[in-house]
Write a protein of this length. Sequence first.
Length: 271
Amino acid sequence: MTDARQMHQSPIGVAHFSAIQLPPHEFVRQAAAAGFSSVGLRLHPAFAGAPYYELPQGSHVASEFRSLLDSEGMRVFDVEFFIIGPDFKASAIEHIVAAAADIGAQRLSACGDDTDRSRLADNFNAFCQLAGRHGMAVDIENMGWRAVSSYSDSAALVHACGQENAGALVDAIHFFRNGGHIEEIDIDIVRHVQLCDVVGPAPKRSEDMMNEARTGRLAPGDGILALKALIAKLSGKAAISVEVPLVGNTPAPVHLRNLNLKTREILQAET
């Protein structure tokens, strides 16, 4: 099969973090050229000082962006990134949720970072209710350095929340590096899986986990993670995207095209 044909078969999304240097308009253009069918966008900072972009609801730039999506045959699948910590207030981020809905996003991505599980469940519930009013769902992503550190933590929070639009996001690096097992995945609550790869032993210290997640990811298939088994478990149940931050001097178009081709190689191995 030629690269061109392979690039445009089954739908695959790409997370903004894979080329966060690109503003939304350029990211969509480059992602489309690389063969992706959807994008995730970062409209809220993942941590203090982290890069993000704004597309305010009703703004001219948001209108232009929607037109660009149409012209490129692309869509926004998810918008990130929200931290549900002790001081989280859903009402404080409603303008971002509204902006996400305005550009057609289907889901919002968040992490749980509150050791008070009752308060965390209440705040997650409130976030899901807010998202639901705007026609979207919310996925909790576990991270080893957060209070919700494992997939089992994410699943427990989803069930404690009780909202129909609550889900768990399975990011390969966080899932496998924090003790996740394929057989424990509840396919009824996972609607989004993000692919990447890594090599070597799992880091133990929080700072090393963060460094690996932000600068140590590899393209799918270039490492040791059981991605084929993960896809086989979630095939037909969850949207598939790839998240591998661009590190170094590789041009963004080259990086994104490589991610698309490597992801499709993994998917083809399961068909």
